[in-house]
Structures are given as structure tokens and as C-alpha cells.
Design a protein around this ligand. Structure first.
Ligand SMILES: Cc1ncc(C[n+]2csc(CCOP(=O)(O)OP(=O)(O)O)c2C)c(N)n1
Length: 348
């Protein structure tokens, strides 16, 4: 089999200029930058803590993808739903998750968002519409379609956003879910986080057609490709797709193109990649770019204000680590059989 490998330079999407949408307020821009910084700080710490042996279970970093989660979720209400992937910390924070409860979850503590039973790859927060991270690639697809079907039946105006990777688009369930959502015109937005890698398999080694948004044609729905490093572009496109879904316009496939900067999981040394690829990818760093944009391209922020927002995010993560380390408790043994079945019923 002939494999055609691409370098990151070839994979890097054309970087579009940052341009805030007309009328976006200072509060909204602050929220965008704060949440992106929070994700960056959270997942940077998770990598360090995992390497230091403080937290267990595989963890996958959302560093580099912050613009996608935040740009998308800025358009969602608490009553809207998201389904996630194995890379779910960023999605949860973007949807409004509590970082203290998340960090406690990663430490396996009872005060964690899932009582320490889920860990990194199974974080869920139903109260904010975060239906769950999952270690099974593609398994968030039918969850999102189910949530969208519920909204449709109840006619309550909620939408569902299904985050998934480019690797996930080759799962059979991806196609089945897209087809059903399209056939039933459900309020579901499929958001492909195309970082061009599935562990170490490059997109063009697993897909002949690497312009993934074009697959929408096969389901009779709209497909849009965007720069996944540009938070405003993600925001604007998702605003359109979310409003369309809310107003009965059915699903959209949005392909957000970017490049995975760090390893597949926190301890991946990426020996299979040219080290220059990571250096090149950092030039597109979405957090640095929005930070610089705010104080150089708008007249709303001083550099000190922007630095303070970043410092607040750092402090929030430090507080979460201290909370998980010193204030949280191990799950009691008798919690082992709770929260497994509905109504706490254990069938032995
Ligand atoms: C059904 C299934 N097959 C294989 C795996 C092993 N696996 C874990 S992550 C991953 C790559 C996923 O790539 P992608 O969907 O592009 O997401 P990314 O990690 O790039 O964000 C694979 C193959 C899995 N967890 N589940």
C-alpha cells in the first residue's frame, strides 16, 4: 500500500486574519479569551500532573484546539447539548463546566464531576448539557443525534453539537448518524475537529478525499470548511449553523481545520513526527493570536487588562489543583455500586 505522508507545513490551514464580528461586546471578547486561556492552563497542568504521576488514566490535551470549542460553545445556551470525544476537557470548559469539579474528577476524587468514576475520558456534566466525553472514537455521534431528536420531539428549540475528530469521520457510526440526522432534519451540528492526525495516522493515509466537509453532499446537507485556529471564524460559522438548526433548517457539517500541536496523549513523545512540525504549528497558536489581537487591534483592551485575564485563568486552575489535592476525598467503598443503573438499582 502506498502511503503519502504530508508535513505539517502542508497540513497547516491557510491562516485567516482575526476579525471580531460586528457588534461583539467587550464582555463577550473577555469571555472568549478567558475560556481559551482556562483551557490552555488546565490542559497544560494536566500534562505536567500526569507526567508527575499525580493523576491517572490516559488524558488527551485540547491545547491548540481552544478556538474550536470556545468559538462553538459561545453560541450555545445551557439548555443546548454537546457530545464530546476522548479530548473532552476543552469542550467541557467551553460549555461552562466547573474546573474544580473537573480537576477533582481527574484526581479520582468523590467531589469530582462524576464522583471520581469517570476520569479524563468520561467527564460528563448533564446540568450544563455536556453529555459526555468518551474513549470510543465516534461514539459521541449517536448521543448528539439522540439529544437533537429529543429537542425535535419536545419542540423546545435546543440544538446539539457533536464534536469529533477527523479519525472519527471514518467510523461507520459517523455515517449512520449523519444520515439519520439529515433524513429527519434534526437540530444537530456536526463539528469535525480536523487536526489531520488520528494518533499517528495522517488524514491522507486514511481518506482519499481529505476535504471532509464535502462529505455533507452525500447526505444532502450543507458542509462548510473553516480555519480552526481562528476563534472568530469558528464563532461566526457556528452562529449561522446553530441559528439554522434552531429555526428548523436541519444539520450542518462544519470542518474546522487546524493541526495537532502536542502529542496524541499527554505522554506521547511524537517520535514519529519531524520535530520541526511542532515548531511550525506553534506559529498558529490560537491563544497567543487572540491575546495579541485584543490589545493591538481593538481599542477596548490594554495589554495589562489582557494579561490580567490570562493570570485569572492561571489562578483558577491553581485553585482547582489545590482543591483536588487537599480538600477532596477518596470515593467511599460503598459508592462502588451507585450511579451505575438508573434509580440506583443494581441487578446482581
Ligand atoms: C472505536 C475506536 N477505535 C480506535 C480507538 C483508538 N483511538 C483512540 S484515539 C484515536 C484517534 C482518533 O483520532 P481523531 O478522531 O482524529 O481525534 P484526535 O485524537 O485527532 O483528536 C484512536 C484510533 C478507539 N479509542 N476507539
Amino acid at each position: 500500500m502506498k502511503k503519502i505522508a504530508e508535513s505539517v507545513k502542508q497540513m497547516l490551514p491557510t491562516l485567516t486574519p482575526l476579525e471580531a464580528p460586528e457588534g461583539m461586546t467587550k464582555e463577550e471578547m473577555t469571555e472568549i479569551f478567558y475560556k481559551m486561556s482556562l483551557i490552555r492552563e488546565f490542559d497544560s497542568s494536566v500534562k505536567d500532573l500526569w507526567m508527575a504521576g499525580e493523576i491517572y488514566g490516559l488524558a488527551h490535551s485540547y491545547v491548540g484546539a481552544e478556538a474550536i470549542g470556545v468559538g462553538a460553545c459561545m453560541n450555545l445556551e445551557k439548555t443546548d447539548f454537546i457530545s464530546s470525544t476522548h479530548r473532552g476537557h476543552g469542550h467541557t470548559i467551553a460549555k461552562g463546566g466547573d474546573v474544580k469539579a473537573m480537576m477533582a474528577e481527574l484526581y479520582g476524587k468523590y467531589e469530582g464531576s462524576n464522583k471520581g468514576k469517570g476520569g479524563s475520558m468520561h467527564i460528563a456534566d448533564i446540568g450544563i448539557g455536556m453529555l459526555g466525553a468518551t474513549g470510543i472514537v465516534g461514539s459521541g455521534m449517536p448521543t448528539a443525534v439522540g439529544a437533537a431528536l429529543t429537542s425535535d420531539v419536545l419542540d423546545n428549540g435546543s440544538v446539539a453539537v457533536c464534536f469529533h475528530g477527523d479519525g472519527g469521520t471514518n467510523q461507520g457510526v459517523w455515517h449512520e448518524s449523519m444520515n439519520l440526522a439529515a433524513a429527519w432534519n434534526l437540530p444537530c451540528i456536526f463539528l469535525t475537529e480536523n487536526n489531520h492526525l488520528a494518533i499517528k495516522t495522517k488524514l491522507n493515509e486514511s481518506s482519499k478525499e481529505t476535504e471532509l466537509y464535502k462529505r455533507a453532499i452525500g447526505y444532502g446537507i450543507e458542509g462548510i470548511a473553516i480555519d480552526g485556529f481562528n476563534v472568530f471564524e469558528v464563532y461566526k460559522t457556528m452562529k449561522y449553523a446553530v441559528e439554522k438548526a434552531r429555526n428548523g433548517g436541519g444539520p450542518t457539517l462544519v470542518e474546522a481545520r487546524f493541526v495537532r500541536i502536542l502529542g496524541h496523549f499527554v505522554a506521547d513523545d511524537q517520535k514519529y513526527r519531524d520535530p520541526q512540525e511542532e515548531i511550525d504549528a506553534w506559529t498558529a497558536d490560537p491563544v497567543r493570536r487572540i491575546k495579541e489581537y485584543l490589545y493591538t487591534r481593538t481599542d477596548m483592551f490594554t495589554q495589562e487588562e489582557v494579561d490580567q485575564i490570562a493570570a485569572d485563568a492561571r489562578a483558577k486552575v491553581d485553585e482547582a489543583i489545590e482543591y483536588a489535592r487537599h480538600e477532596c476525598t477518596e470515593p467511599p467503598a460503598d459508592s462502588l455500586y451507585t450511579d451505575i443503573y438508573a434509580n440506583n438499582e443494581v441487578i446482581l
